[in-house]
Design a protein around this ligand. Structure first.
Ligand SMILES: C[S@@+](CC[C@H](N)C(=O)[O-])C[C@H]1O[C@@H](n2cnc3c(N)ncnc32)[C@H](O)[C@@H]1O
Length: 350
């Protein structure tokens, strides 16, 4: 189960039950921690958070989704980050917490993605996970909230649900943290809109894709990058964000884009559909139908793919779009290993 001798498990709910079921052992568990249910659970004592500093415990395993509230309590009670482990709802393995920092008084924890990558099956997409993906997504979600940019959150290209779940988690966190600020700005609860074929990439038909190194090599071939089903994606993201706030648009973009509700605006768009044609179709529809808010943040996950050539993929799609929509924007640098970030100020059709 764990090399630590004395473990406390924070949480006595369904995540804890699933964790115990998966690990099949209670021998190293000395107690459970729960704010509301002091007493006994699984024939072990349940203590309240205020008591943890007095316990003889080697490590705490957090079996709860309220990680942002729990981690600071553990740290303030004298536990080192390496003693705090988070049971992953997704994989039911635990990972030590190695990075924690506060930005403007907001506590953010960053998981050791490298280690997580070893424990979670990312083979579906072959994605390489970088720690700053989560930081960047969390900061972008914070930006949209703090700057009172209007609108919902969208991701085009969900595959494993990895980035979608990070967006869901950050969205829930900042919605709660800044709820009062939001009501001052009359901003309604933001929703998460997830778009994918759930069948992997389409067959490429346009020269901008066919001639690109990643398509020509077969890396972005038809049917590759097929990930979670729509239901599994909703379940995964639903662990972080109320399912009523998650909308899944299943199908090829050419069919689903027109089903976006006419009034819907996006303050954040994560473009992770890689191909020129897919990215162009998405951007064209969003700008032509006024779905992009003033101040919206666009994260392009694959901007510098294809040897960073401007002739292919997301870079080429962007070049073709800005001309048509007179887009005024600020380029704010790289995102993760091959991505790029842009903030939109204004646009209009030529
Ligand atoms: C690189 S993967 C996305 C990775 C994802 N963000 C993650 O965290 O695993 C690209 C995704 O874009 C989707 N996609 C690309 N073009 C599409 C199109 N025209 N219509 C629908 N889905 C598309 C693929 O199905 C695939 O799931």
């Amino acid at each position: 189960m764990n090399s630590d001798k004395k473990i406390a498990i924070w949480g006595t709910g369904s995540l804890c039950e699933r964790y115990l079921e998966a690990t099949q052992s209670l021998t190293q568990v000395v107690c459970f921690i729960d704010s509301n249910n002091a007493g006994e659970f699984k024939q072990k004592p349940v203590i309240v958070p205020a008591q943890i500093a007095q316990q003889d415990i080697d490590s705490i395993i957090i079996c709860s989704t309220f990680i942002d509230e729990i981690v600071p309590v553990c740290l303030k009670s004298g536990f080192a980050a390496a003693q705090i482990k988070i049971a992953q709802a997704r994989s039911l393995s635990t990972i030590p917490l190695v990075e924690y920092e506060e930005i403007d008084g907001i506590g953010l924890y960053y998981l050791p993605w490298k280690q997580q990558q070893e424990q979670i099956d990312f083979s579906l997409s072959g994605d390489i996970v970088f720690p700053d993906v989560y930081k960047e997504i969390a900061k972008s979600v914070a930006y949209v909230h703090v700057s009172a940019v209007e609108g919902d959150f969208a991701e085009f290209g969900t595959c494993t649900g990895y980035t979608a779940s990070l967006i869901a988690h950050s969205l829930d966190y900042y919605s709660n943290y800044l709820s009062e600020f939001h009501s001052q700005h009359n901003i309604k609860p933001r929703e998460l809109c997830l778009f994918d074929s759930f069948q992997g990439f389409p067959a490429s038909t346009m020269e901008e894709d066919l001639a690109s190194p990643h398509v020509a090599s077969g890396a972005w071939g038809e049917g590759t990058a097929k990930g979670l089903s729509a239901n599994a994606l909703k379940q995964l993201c639903g662990q972080f964000l109320n399912e009523e706030r998650i909308n899944i648009y299943e199908g090829w973009y050419k069919d689903t884009l027109s089903t976006i509700e006419p009034e819907r605006k996006f303050g954040f768009v994560h473009l992770d559909c890689d191909l020129y044609e897919s990215t162009y179709d998405v951007l064209y529809h969003l700008f032509a139908n006024n779905h992009v808010s003033e101040g919206a943040k666009l994260l392009f996950d694959n901007w510098y793919c294809n040897r960073a050539s401007k002739a292919f993929g997301e870079q080429k799609a962007w070049q073709d779009i800005i001309q048509q929509f007179n887009i005024e924007c600020t380029h704010i640098g790289m995102y993760a290993a091959v991505g790029h970030k842009v903030i939109i100020h204004s646009y209009s059709k030529k």
